[in-house]
Write a protein that binds this ligand. Structure first.
Ligand code: GDP
Ligand code: MG
Length: 370
């Protein structure tokens, strides 16, 4: 356990591996960069190179700023982050497309719309709403399981001709478990046999009490197909957001959550980051999960290169050392040595976790087979 590869040590010291090998050779130890050395030798090398010895502990690399609370005076309103959930075929994808389509700029219309896993839409009152465009419950629960509670509001889509179905009820339970308010979109009201009132009544049975039934849950009748009720839905979201007084400090080092990540043929590792607080800028040095990097470029949800991104903005980040995982946190740090130190520590931890992983539970296997 108390050994380190020469390369790893070089990384942490921000020195060249070859220089360490040379120094070790002079000390009578012919090793390559991939070989390990013991702690005493490592310490000797560190002092030899004029660096300070700092033991890395859990606390040292714990840069989740959970405890680092922002000054209330520094908080500014931010856009709500919305996830669309509902039963299969009730129109989640259609609604996401309709909301986005209504907001696509003239030059973009007909062109290729950028798909980065999230996008922003302007509401009639001019405020912004961020939609995560990976509908479905797995994305929501998986992100939550990874500690990434990014969703502020859940839009529950219920088809007016089909009514509440098992996955609608599941969505209600997920939202409740997460303490996230629901806005109901009663979809497909254009269809024959549509019965929105029946939906409102059935919701009552699951303790989702809409305004017409004396509760405070907003519901909006929409048709994703005919594109009706969309502005009303956006108004409802804006109102819900206002009630929640969502705020973040834009004037600090950025922190965000990975919504999507991939290895792009031309651009290398690319991650869509939802900024939680602070402002991410081109040139910023960061840690993202077990990867480190420097922001080479930022691309917004319209495919446009931008210089910076503030709270609740989804943005594609280029300049990662590798591909992070959805739900990982991106944190801007002061310098590259720090970024490498934290990333290296997290890589070690991830490796330990993998090797110590428990066998799959029977329950997990059954659902995987289903
Ligand atoms: P998802 O599984 O929840 O993502 O549902 P989709 O968006 O894929 O929609 C399922 C089907 O319902 C598709 O054939 C859509 O064209 C249709 N659909 C969605 N919204 C509406 C609507 O408002 N009215 C009507 N008539 N059909 C719709
Ligand atoms: Mg779909």
């Amino acid at each position: 356990p108390d050994t380190i590869t020469v390369q790893e040590l070089a990384n942490r010291m921000a020195e060249k591996g070859a220089d360490l090998v040379k120094a070790l050779f002079k000390m009578g130890m012919p090793v390559t960069v991939n070989q390990t050395i013991d702690q005493d030798t490592a310490e000797l090398l560190v002092t030899e190179f004029g660096h300070e010895i700092k033991r890395v502990s859990e606390a040292d690399v714990d840069i989740r700023h959970d405890k680092d609370v922002d000054d209330p005076a520094a908080l500014k309103p931010r856009a709500p982050v919305v996830t669309i959930m509902g039963h299969v075929d009730h129109g989640k994808t259609s609604l996401l497309d309709a909301l986005r389509g209504a907001n696509v700029q003239a030059g973009e219309a007909g062109g290729i719309t950028q798909h980065i896993g999230a996008y922003q839409v302007k509401t009639p009152d001019g405020s912004l709403v961020t939609f995560l465009d990976t509908p479905g419950h797995e994305a929501f629960t998986e992100m939550r399981a990874r500690g990434a509670n990014v969703t502020d509001i859940v839009i529950l889509v219920v088809a007016a001709d089909d009514g509440l179905k098992p996955q609608s009820i599941e969505a209600i339970n997920h939202a409740k478990a997460a303490g996230v308010p629901i806005v109901v979109a009663i979809n497909k009201v254009d269809k024959e046999g549509a019965n929105p009132q029946r939906v409102r009544e059935r919701l009552l049975e699951h303790e989702v009490i809409v305004e017409e039934m004396g509760g405070d849950v907003q519901n909006v009748e929409v048709s994703a197909l005919k594109k009706t009720g969309l502005d009303k839905l956006l108004d409802a979201i804006a109102l819900q957001a206002e009630i929640m007084e969502l705020k973040a400090n834009p004037d600090r080092a950025a922190e965000g959550t990975v919504v999507e990540a991939k290895l792009d043929k031309g651009r290398g590792p690319v991650a869509t980051i939802l900024i939680r607080r602070g402002t991410l800028k081109v040139g910023d040095i960061f840690v993202c999960g077990a990867e480190s990097g420097r922001v080479r470029a930022l691309v917004d949800d319209h495919g446009k290169q931008i210089k910076q991104a503030g709270p609740s903005m989804p943005v594609e980040v280029l300049g990662l050392g590798g591909v992070p995982m959805a739900g990982d946190t991106l944190t801007v740090v002061e310098n590259e040595a720090r970024a490498r130190e934290v990333a290296a520590y997290r890589q070690e931890q991830a490796l330990k976790k993998r090797t110590a992983q428990a066998p799959v539970s029977l329950e997990g296997m059954f659902s995987a087979l289903a």
